[in-house]
Ligand binder design. Sequence first.
Ligand code: ZN
Length: 293
Amino acid sequence: MNFDDLVAIDIHTHAEEPCNHHRDDGYNEFQAGMARYFRNPAGAEGMLPTVPQTAEYFRERKIGAVIFPVDAERETGFRRYSNEEVAQLCAENDDILIPFASIDPHKGKAGVREVRRLVKDFGVRGFKFHPTMQGFWPNDYKLVYKMYEAIEEEGAIALFHTGQTGVGSGMRGGMGMRLKYSNPVHVDDVAVDFPDLKIILAHPSFPWTEEGLMVAQHKPNVYIDMSGWSPKYFPEIFIKYANSILKKKMLFGSDWPAITPDRWLKDFEEIGIKDEVRPLILKENAMRLLGAA
Ligand SMILES: [Zn+2]
């Protein structure tokens, strides 16, 4: 990937299994719920983009994209896009896509081996965790610390979903999703115990926005991605920190396909981010994090 050719790097996009055919595992209903939450008709109509279509969209706009599946089959029962398949598609589109992977921490030793294999054999650069969808505390050392150790040793990045989620929103019993796991303060323990692990807190962490800002301010290895929300709904304090003490820690992310970069970037223009800070958030911070600057 030649970063000079890119105008921005989107650190948070999803490889969703296309659901434009009927499935009997509840996946279509789940995507319809997500579409309502994000007011994004694409999901409900079964128009989710494939990975090659995603590459095409980003290539047209000269925006590099970190892309990942989410391994939550244990909690949700959904088949997932395999990490290998996504990484392979990224390799075929390596001018624009950067592969992350996702492994349910409950996979234990097998998961730890998978981390190392995905980095070494498939060029995976990071791992997405979703504490609510995967049902775990990020600081559960017995469960997941061996996996962080492997990620740290392989020089990869750990990205954590934080705050509220569209997953299970409005569905009976929230589809079993427990929101408590996604408070970013639990990731603070991870940042202490793995000081050389690069960590991203995804989203404005609502309603724990201030906790997320606190962790990123205090721990040099913790970044925040601004995905999953249109910037026009960002809490004021989030913008204030992005403009000042966290200007080198904040990262552009959309949460594609739930939110498109077109919509995100348009709204980002309107929130009073300083001219000198904008390129940091849109591209330079991500380049540094990815070891490209
Ligand atoms: Zn996401």
